[in-house]
Design a protein around this ligand. Structure first.
Ligand SMILES: Cc1cc2nc3c(=O)[nH]c(=O)nc-3n(C[C@H](O)[C@H](O)[C@H](O)COP(=O)(O)OP(=O)(O)OC[C@H]3O[C@@H](n4cnc5c(N)ncnc54)[C@H](O)[C@@H]3O)c2cc1C
Ligand code: SF4
Length: 441
């Protein structure tokens, strides 16, 4: 089990956050590509939400046609480089690879994908073509994976595109949320630059759309609007003492870490509340920042956790401890966090119950709440006639059009929180939906 010293320099940070899927060299890529069986009914393609022609790009890598391989990848997924390393490939393409039926490791599809696209980006090869101008304009709210994919596709269809982004960097949670051992800031931003240089969409940074007036201006100035706003801040738990110094939401903690790296100070003892992938990331990241003790606390049993098994294993291998069947009652301390008071939980008559006779305190200096992100309901309320479901997700039809015909939507805002690859697919499809709708008008 790893033990991490608090990183004090960029080099020490990079060592603690060593890339999980490092870039392949030419020999590794050639060898790995040579293992592919180029299956005729390729289950890996079916398992990819963007249906990349995986055997084709692997064949292209094998014949040293790297530009062709990248074209195959980007034609299906505008964030093909990032997805190569951030996708949960073990449960998607690599999980479906036929080699899993034998006692042989599956093809490392993600790393091959990243190998090809990274080379093409570094060589600054021109592989995309902007469509002939059709004189129409699309506004996109949010420069996350969904918004970026929509922008790229819309440019190939001849639209002028302006993205309005609240923050100062593009790529949404890919740069502000995903664990730094999966992808670096440089790699995320390099891909966006590459796409933007060739496709020429505009991004207006520090430009949150927050009022009905701003929305009306967009409605008047653009032919269609795409909502790629993702989710909001970490949800409030309503616990006693939640406002104490040292209590932070997982998304906010990770954002600070992604932006400030080794300058962030994580104290000695950390409790992370939650059982999803974000909780695993936050715990693993706290341990890599040198916390002496990091405890994951989840209200149900291990098998009920929402996190992928490999994400849990990664947290444990970083030195994280776990506590199951516990629910937080209060954050203790005098102004500053000193601990979390928990009660044990148990399943009675099929329902999870809190046992108030069995309570205890875990001492800590920091509490990270990884209990889900709030939805952007207040924002949706400002859009006339926009239907949302009972989980505050924007409702769309098969063309990614919302109940207000001028608005289309995709990504976490419609699925409640999934992966980058799903947002990339939605954004691309929504641009095609906008195109079909405007052509019918
Ligand atoms: C901690 C964490 C770890 C994750 N790890 C992974 C992973 O390893 N692999 C993976 O595939 N996925 C991962 N995900 C999920 C993935 O990041 C998201 O599914 C994906 O980023 C969703 O893309 P999106 O474009 O819908 O939203 P976002 O990425 O959230 O982007 C939305 C953008 O809209 C902007 N915005 C919001 N409101 C406004 C407004 N009113 N005006 C202007 N701009 C606005 C935001 O600033 C943001 O840039 C993770 C998520 C989290 C929280
Ligand atoms: S399933 Fe595996 S072996 Fe078959 S085409 Fe896909 S990557 Fe190659």
């Amino acid at each position: 089990m790893a033990e991490y010293k608090r990183p004090k320099t960029k080099a020490e940070f990079d060592k603690n956050f060593k890339q999980k899927k490092p870039l392949m060299n030419d020999t590794e890529a050639f060898y790995e590509a040579s293992r592919c069986l180029f299956c005729y009914d390729a289950p890996c393609i079916q398992a990819c939400p963007t249906s990349i022609d995986i055997p084709l790009f692997i064949k292209q890598i094998h014949t040293d046609n790297i530009t062709g391989a990248s074209k195959t990848i980007f034609d299906s997924n505008w964030l093909g480089n990032a997805c190569g390393v951030v996708c949960p490939t073990g449960v998607l393409c690599e999980g479906a690879c036929v080699y899993n039926h034998q006692d042989v490791p599956p093809i490392q599809i993600g790393r091959l994908q990243n190998y090809a696209t990274n080379k093409t980006i570094d060589a600054d090869k021109t592989i995309f073509k902007v469509g002939e101008s059709n004189g129409k304009k699309i506004a996109i709210i949010g420069a996350g994976p969904a918004g970026l994919a929509c922008a790229c596709e819309a440019r190939t269809l001849g639209y002028e595109v302006d993205i309005y982004e609240a923050k100062e960097k593009p790529s949404g949670l890919t740069v502000y949320g995903i664990a730094p051992y999966k992808i670096t800031n440089e790699e995320v931003l390099k891909e966006v630059d590459y796409l933007q240089n060739q496709l020429g969409f505009n991004i207006k940074y520090n430009n949150a759309i927050n009022s009905k007036k701003e929305l009306s201006t967009l409605e008047n100035n653009y032919d269609a609007i795409f909502l790629g706003v993702g989710l909001g801040a970490t949800r409030h738990l309503g616990l006693d003492g939640e406002d104490k110094q040292g209590v932070i939401g997982a998304v906010e903690f990770i954002e600070e870490l992604r932006m400030k790296h080794h300058e962030v100070k994580v104290p000695a003892k950390v409790v992370v509340i939650g059982g999803g992938n974000t909780a695993m990331d936050a715990a693993s990241e706290a341990a890599r920042m040198g916390a002496r003790k990091t405890v994951l606390a989840y209200r149900n049993s291990k098998d009920k956790m929402g996190a992928y098994g490999f994400e849990y294993d990664l947290a444990i291998s970083a030195g994280v401890d776990s506590l199951f069947n516990v629910t937080p009652l209060a954050i203790t301390g005098n102004g500053k966090v000193e601990g979390v008071k928990f009660a044990k939980t148990e399943v009675i008559d099929g329902k999870l119950q809190t046992n108030m006779n069995n309570t205890f305190i875990v001492r800590c200096d920091m509490v990270i709440k990884a209990t889900g992100q709030a939805k952007q309901g207040y924002f949706y309320d400002m859009i006339d006639g926009l239907d949302i479901d009972n989980k505050t997700r924007i409702k769309i039809n098969e063309e990614f059009q919302t109940s207000n015909p001028k608005y289309f939507a995709g990504g976490d805002a419609i699925n409640g929180g999934a992966e980058v690859v799903n947002a990339a697919y939605d954004g691309k499809m929504a641009a095609q939906g906008i195109h079909n709708w405007l052509n019918k008008k």
